[in-house]
Design a binder for this molecule. Structure first.
Ligand code: PLP
Length: 454
């Protein structure tokens, strides 16, 4: 715990917040004063209690947290979000947030351009789940009689969303690299009745990218709506160090009908920021509604007219817009090289694991997730040792995640292992922070020190 004592949270930027609040306040200077007294002492007591309660968390912000898909927002996003809270705009309608709605339109157009779309229809959402709900809702309106098909490694939200929307859902098997098996997809398409295919561009479990060129070829032949769930992987379209097959899938991404990307996953945003993008803006007609509560006042587009969610934090749009100003989403830019260094960190960790006989590996990471396990001769021992290593690493302040891998996909890769169960518990590490590359030696040291003695 020696390093932990030197740990400091970034606080310098708080001074900028005060300056920015004062700059914003000047815009409202014509109003009568409403300052009221508050009990600062009581508020301080409560806040310090909150600070103590919040210590009971994994240190998600720290590079030694290398488990689930978590990373801190950029300081500029944190500050812009807080700045917006003094006004607390609601991006449901322009009347709820004129400036923040405009910023949302600009930020969302920038995301669409990142995927090569000059025109689009889209908006921010509370997260990837809501964004995917909207994608499948539109898909279901356009293809009401067809089932939704996704790979068995797609996010579990797709089967649940399909239930909510009363659309049929079927899973297609994956290959040994956890990508949708295009041959299996074609077999399913031949039987007919598929309305929508969900291609996962970066699975949540292993960061695998479904073979989009093959899926696009099947769309030519069978005709279905194609949605790309790029909630986690979408921003990797900017990275310049992807493998050739992965890069080709990203190159073809503009050809899908809709894309979900989560700025709160890889876009340096606080939670509450997903995004749905449709390639064809005319799907907007499906949203038409008439409500006595609606306070849409002008003929300009209110985001609530093209969104299933009503009230939404304008602060999320402000934070995303600010981040894009500071770190434009351009190939070769600082933001893109941050992503590339995450993938480089994952490749390096994979290389170390692969050349160490104490570990079993599965596949070279396509993005920044590495799945591995301690070597043992029986799969149940691999699972047990993974859980032991997970606990031992956590006590040494290295935080990993666990992942249940289907044994079916591992049999060929691990010929020396005797399989005595259907799933194998493995370790999973999302190296999502740009600092992870520089921290790899320290992460490795802790991992080795935590290895169970088999
Ligand atoms: C995270 C994720 C989701 C769900 O998004 P939330 O923002 O957690 O609601 C959906 N699909 C994929 C591929 C994801 O990684």
């Amino acid at each position: 715990h020696t390093e932990a004592q030197g740990m400091e949270l970034e606080k310098e930027s708080l001074a900028l917040l005060r300056e920015a609040v004062e700059r914003m306040e000047a815009g409202f200077a014509g109003l009568p004063d409403t300052t009221s007294s508050m009990d600062r002492g009581a508020m301080r007591d409560v806040l310090l209690k909150v600070a103590e309660r919040m210590r009971d968390n994994y240190p998600y912000f720290h590079p030694c947290y290398a488990g689930q898909m978590l990373k801190p927002p950029h300081p500029v996003a944190r500050l812009a979000y807080m700045l917006a809270l003094w006004v607390n705009p609601n991006n449901h309608a322009l009347d709820g947030g004129r400036a923040s709605s405009q910023m949302e339109k600009e930020a969302v157009a920038a995301l669409a351009r990142m995927f090569g779309w000059e025109t689009h229809l889209g908006h921010l959402t509370g997260g990837g789940t809501m964004a995917n709900l909207e994608a499948l809702w539109v898909a279901g309106r356009l293809k009401p009689d067809g089932v939704v098909v996704a790979s068995d490694q797609a996010h579990y939200t797709h089967s649940r969303i399909s239930q909510v929307l009363k659309l049929g859902f079927e899973a297609v098997p994956t290959d040994a690299r956890a990508r949708m098996d295009a041959t299996a997809l074609e077999q399913r398409l031949k039987r007919g009745g598929v309305g929508t295919v969900v291609a996962t561009i970066g699975t949540t479990g292993t960061g695998s990218v479904d073979p989009l060129p093959d899926i696009l070829a099947l769309r030519e032949k069978y005709g279905f709506r194609l949605h790309a769930d790029a909630a986690y992987g979408g921003y990797y379209v900017l990275a310049d160090n992807l493998g050739p097959e992965t890069a080709e899938a990203y190159r073809r991404l503009p050809e899908v009908d809709s894309i979900v990307v989560d700025p709160h996953k890889h876009g340096l945003q606080p939670y509450g920021c997903g995004c749905i993008l449709f390639r064809d803006p005319s799907v907007g007609v499906l949203y038409k509604h008439d409500s006595p509560y609606t306070y849409f006042s002008s003929s300009e587009l209110h985001l609530g007219e093209i969104s299933l969610e009503c009230s939404r934090a304008g602060a999320s749009a402000v934070a995303l817009w600010a981040t894009q100003q500071l770190l434009p989403m351009t190939r070769g830019g600082d933001f893109a090289s941050g992503l590339a260094s995450c993938r480089e960190a994952a490749m390096q960790l994979y290389g170390r694991l692969q050349s160490d006989t104490r570990f079993l590996t599965i596949m070279s990471p396509e993005l920044d997730i590495v799945v591995f396990a301690p070597r043992a001769s029986r799969s149940s021992d691999v699972s047990r040792m993974s859980r032991e290593l997970f606990d031992a690493a956590a006590s040494a302040d290295l935080h990993l995640a666990l992942f249940s891998y289907p044994a079916r996909l591992l049999r060929q890769l691990w010929p020396d292992v005797r399989f005595d169960g259907d799933v194998v518990t493995c370790l999973r590490s999302c190296l999502m922070k740009p600092e992870h590359l520089a921290w790899l030696d320290r992460i490795w040291e802790r991992l080795i020190a935590a290895l169970p003695l088999s």
